[in-house]
Design a binder for this molecule. Structure first.
Ligand SMILES: Nc1ncnc2c1ncn2[C@@H]1O[C@H](COP(=O)(O)OP(=O)(O)OP(=O)(O)O)[C@@H](O)[C@H]1O
Length: 576
């Protein structure tokens, strides 16, 4: 139990101060709670002494009022500190996860890790936020306050004190048993909750496929199973805890009755004054309130502990080596020098050597799965090579800081991601200090100014999340405008394969020309027009460069390129 408490304390980080404050406030809360006992004591003493003086009644009233007011104020501030601590300790963790993910290779990100990360940043951390500080303050505060109360009672009457101590020890023994049981079940409950989030996320992401195959109602099998597991787990937790909670209640009631019986017995035998006996009877109902507050925290302790363990798993994701220096190369020639690369144990690029000269355009063509995207991603160091090296301007990409490397490279992906923000902010994404005029200029060059101006709020129109309110061609031109504004010397372009209507295609072509002018360009090309215009064409097959040259050179040779050209000519009837 101490280990888990330490874990929560450590997780609280900078918020430890607020938790400490909340505990101190909780201590004074317990002191004000004891004012009630003092008030009763004053009245009992007066009654037993047969006094008719109203002063004790006023004193008791004063003590009761102070107790009520003091507790109300302290409780409010203690809760505020806890809420503040819970919110910020989790917010700090969420920010640190975001920072960590920027240093993780792109290979980590797949549907499974997305579900896992969503689960961690939502439900798992929500649990820590709502219960972490409460559990810590409840348990530690409850134990400290019980110890103080017990000491006071021992000094007041050691016999009643010993009975209270025995009651607390039996209660703590039961609590420890429950805590051990909870340790067994908590990690499984945690995993099942995360699995539920993953299943729901997958369901939402795949909704269009589910609908198109008319599987609504059937496609949610995994969600139903996850819901069922979650239900079964929560029920198991309740079943497991119920006997312990019942046992704990019984123990406290039993010892309250024992204290009551002992004080009556001691009074009858003359070993205790009537006033003290009456007090002991009353105290027997209040004595265990603080230890109960500690106990209620213990049932959630392991769940919070395993939530923290789960969230901390993000720290173990391997990072890319970050010991780079800021490099701004003179030229931007890209060289692959005997590069080998695998996804896990599956080799993808095999001994690839090539040169993309400064300020030239290189087109990569090749069958699906041949490694074109992988090759491009190695330049931006989305992954590290397994063998050989990739250099920009003569320097290994691993020598660059991630920031200085990304300053050199702009990437236009086939699947453009736009944020749920204004069009202007989406264009300014890589260049937040750009003026409105610069944004408009970039948009004009990328042939998107006209359609942006026609949107309801022009450049201030908020794009639906993922760019859902724009067409594919529009989204791609906005991403080109984004890159134009960034003005990086290297442009990597994954040409859209989807059919683009002739007007759109023309505009895209012009936007691309504006983006790639005077740049070192590497383009995954699907259209013959683009390929033909390249200074160099690389043909990739099964992870190796099998042909290299200009269009006129390669068209003369039998091979993949000539097949590619004739396929494209036939299917699209484009003239070369
Ligand atoms: N993140 C990944 N993890 C594991 N394997 C991957 C990953 N990304 C791609 N692959 C595999 O690596 C191989 C090369 O993929 P890559 O995307 O580089 O090919 P490509 O030539 O760009 O294909 P396409 O033209 O279809 O986009 C494929 O077999 C693919 O399944």
């Amino acid at each position: 139990m101490i280990g888990v408490l330490k874990k929560i304390w450590h997780f609280a980080g900078e918020e430890q101060g607020n938790i400490r404050k909340s505990m101190i406030l909780g201590f004074f809360y317990a002191v004000f709670h004891m004012f009630q006992i003092a008030a009763i004591y004053v009245v009992v003493l007066a009654l037993v002494g047969g006094s008719t003086d109203p002063a004790p009644a006023w004193q008791a009233l004063g003590l009761l009022l102070a107790s009520i007011l003091g507790r109300a104020v302290l409780n409010r501030f203690s809760q505020l500190q806890q809420t503040h601590a819970g919110y910020f300790m989790v917010a700090n963790k969420r920010i640190s996860i975001g920072d960590k993910l920027k240093r993780v290779p792109m290979g980590y990100f797949n549907d499974q890790s997305l579900g896992e990360l969503t689960g961690i940043t939502t439900t798992v951390l929500d649990e820590v936020e709502s219960t972490g500080p409460m559990v810590l303050v409840g348990i530690l505060g409850g134990l400290i306050n019980s110890a103080v109360m017990l000491l006071c009672i021992l000094f007041w009457d050691w016999r009643i004190g010993l009975l209270a101590l025995a009651g607390m020890l039996v209660y703590l023994a039961l609590l420890s048993g429950m805590e051990k049981q909870s340790a067994k079940i908590a990690p499984k409950r945690q995993r099942d909750e995360a699995r539920l989030v993953e299943a729901v996320l997958e369901q939402l992401q795949g909704m269009s496929v589910i609908k198109s195959f008319n599987l609504t109602g059937k496609g949610d099998k995994r969600v139903r199973q996850a819901l069922e597991d979650s239900r079964a787990n929560n029920l198991a937790v309740e079943k497991l805890f119920t006997p312990y909670i019942w046992g704990q209640e019984m123990v406290l009631h039993l010892f309250s009755v024992l204290i009551l019986a002992a004080s009556v017995g001691l009074c009858l035998t003359g070993a205790m004054s009537l006033a003290n006996a009456l007090m002991a009877v009353i105290v027997s109902f209040l004595i265990f309130s603080q230890i109960q507050s500690a106990g209620s925290g213990v049932s959630a302790l392991r769940l919070v502990g395993s939530s923290i363990d789960h969230a901390n798993q993000v720290d173990d994701i391997p990072e890319m080596d970050q010991r780079g220096t800021v490099i701004r190369p003179e030229d931007h020639e890209i060289v692959f020098d005997h590069v080998n690369f695998s996804y896990g144990s599956r080799p993808i690029l095999k001994d690839v050597s090539l040169t993309i000269p400064d300020r030239t355009t290189t087109a990569i063509v090749g069958p699906s799965g041949s490694g074109k995207t992988t090759l491009c991603n190695l330049i931006a160091r989305f992954w590290d090579v397994d063998g050989g090296r990739v250099t920009i301007g003569g320097r290994d990409v691993r020598e660059y800081t991630l920031e200085s490397l990304m300053e050199q490279v702009s990437m236009v992906f086939q699947r453009v991601y736009l944020f749920a923000d204004t069009v202007e902010n989406n264009i300014k994404f890589g260049c937040p200090d750009a003026t409105h005029e610069q944004v408009v200029e970039a948009a004009k060059k990328a042939c998107c100014h006209d359609f942006i101006s026609a949107l309801p709020d022009g450049y201030n129109t908020v794009i639906g999340e993922g760019g859902a309110t724009l067409s594919g061609g529009e989204k791609q031109r906005i991403s080109i405008a984004r890159c134009l504004l960034k003005d990086a010397p290297i442009v990597i372009f994954d040409e859209a394969t989807a059919n683009v209507d002739p007007e759109n295609e023309d505009q895209l072509q012009r936007a691309m020309e504006a983006l790639t002018r005077e740049k070192t360009v590497l383009m995954i090309a699907h259209r013959l027009k683009t390929v033909r215009g390249a200074d160099q064409i690389l043909v990739l097959d099964q992870g190796s460069v099998v042909q290299k040259g200009t269009h006129d050179e390669l068209i003369q040779q039998a091979g993949i390129y000539r097949d590619f050209v004739s396929e494209r000519t036939e299917s699209s009837r484009w003239t070369l």
